[in-house]
Write a protein that binds this ligand. Structure first.
Ligand code: HGY
Ligand code: MN
Ligand code: MN
Ligand code: MN
Length: 411
């Protein structure tokens, strides 16, 4: 591509704000849980915009959407970008959505400059990246990347006992294409950093070289329901007390492996959840992450010791279920170098970094050359309604995406 074409910052911003109206929340965020009515509306809007840009649409058995911009040589594998449209319950306007709509902005800019690439280009929308409604996260890019079996994924259930497959049917997004059969030449995901590094260092672009490993567990303590008034403290089997012992220690596991380790208990439920019954059963989730697999193994060992000790202390039983183990990911050197070259060409302050958050790019990297581009977000805050990014940074990341996709598509 000779002449420099520039993405349209206002058009990108207005699409982001249009999409944010779907599932808008009181503090300015978005709630479009995977495969809900709001997710369907977001998907429909994406397809409407894609078709208006001249794309063909494909949908696979996990509801992953592929908007394909034809290239000169239809035999070449499409060079791809994209991310996810589903959000956290109190999500922001940019997590995931930005990567999807930046792809459409690249297409709109290439269209208006009559630029046709050798390879086709495509924007991918991956189903249920957040893992908030159906665990594990990134499950559909995981099926596409051969990490999870289709039947396992379709069988995952939400809190109401609805399966992912049923939810897909309900919003009419269960496609016919076998996951992974439509191969791609490369995958570049642009995303807000969701952490403080770029903003703290006044840098515009993160050239993302990999993603730290992450592990998700579900833990149950089983004691015995009893009356809060007439049951002496000695001899109780209070499941919530075991959880209290454990949760403080789970944070200490991360501190043992500072500064890179993180550990979070995000969900906790006590049963029967009544003011005057000692909880006989407690369920909670554990999310542990670290750039090193060996450290994650060590953290896991400590977690099992903490859970067992907390159960024993209150004479309770316990159960631990491993929901997902995503190893640390290293992205493709050629993609990384092309992103870095584009960043230099656009004269943007940048750094190489790994991602703290998980992304669909983790699983796609198993079947296609993959890398990511980060831009800063305010105070590094994400998975929060107040998540925000500037028009200038959003456009800068999209410009790097355009340069990278075109170079990969013309290689
Ligand atoms: O968990 C994650 O890092 C991602 O937001 N699903
Ligand atoms: Mn995301
Ligand atoms: Mn997220
Ligand atoms: Mn993510």
């Amino acid at each position: 591509m000779q002449k420099t074409v520039v993405v349209n910052q206002e058009r990108l911003w207005s699409r982001l704000m249009e999409m944010a109206k779907i599932g808008a929340t009181p503090l300015g965020g978005s709630c479009r849980l995977a495969l809900t009515e709001e997710d369907r509306q977001g998907r429909d809007l994406f397809i409407e915009w894609s078709k208006a840009l001249g794309c063909d649409i494909k949908i696979d058995r996990m509801g992953n959407i592929f908007a394909i911009r034809p290239g000169k040589d239809p035999k070449r594998l499409p060079v791809s970008c994209g991310s996810h449209l589903d959000t956290q319950p109190h999500g922001g306007k940019f997590d995931g959505v930005y990567g999807v709509l930046a792809g459409l902005e690249v297409f709109a800019t290439l269209n208006e400059n009559n630029i046709e690439t050798a390879s086709p280009l495509q924007v991918c929308v991956w189903t249920n990246e957040e893992g908030s409604r159906f665990s594990p996260p990134m499950i559909s890019s995981g099926v596409y990347g051969g990490v999870y079996e289709l039947d396992y994924a379709l069988g995952r259930v939400d809190e109401e006992g609805i399966t992912l497959g049923e939810a897909l049917e309900k919003i009419s997004y269960k496609g016919e294409i076998d996951c992974g059969s439509n191969q791609m030449g490369a995958f570049i995901e642009v995303h807000i950093e969701q952490g403080p590094i770029l903003e703290r260092n006044s840098e515009t672009i993160g050239v993302v070289t990999g993603v730290q490993g992450s592990r998700w567990y579900q833990v149950w303590f089983e004691g015995r329901d009893a009356h809060t008034g007439s049951t002496p403290m000695a001899g109780r089997q209070d499941a919530l007390l075991s959880a209290a012992h454990a949760i403080a220690k789970i944070k200490e596991i991360a501190l043992d492996h500072a500064p890179d380790a993180v550990a979070t208990v995000g969900r906790i439920e006590a049963y029967p959840n009544s003011h005057n019954t000692i909880p006989g059963k407690v369920f909670f989730t554990v999310d542990m992450r670290n750039p090193e697999e060996e450290t994650l193994d060590q953290m896991e060992k400590q977690l099992y010791q903490v859970i067992e000790a907390a159960a024993k202390k209150e004479s309770n039983d316990f159960k631990i279920e491993v929901i997902s183990k995503t190893p640390p990911i290293k992205f493709n050197d050629n993609c990384i170098e092309i992103i870095e070259k584009a960043t230099r060409k656009c004269n943007l302050k940048h750094r190489r970094m790994i991602s703290g958050a998980g992304h669909d790019a983790c699983h796609i990297s198993k079947v296609a050359p993959t890398a990511m581009i980060f831009i800063p977000c305010a105070e590094g805050i994400s998975h929060n309604e107040t998540e925000s990014a500037t028009k200038e940074d959003l456009a800068a990341g999209t410009q790097i995406l355009l340069e990278t996709l075109v170079e990969l598509a013309d290689q």
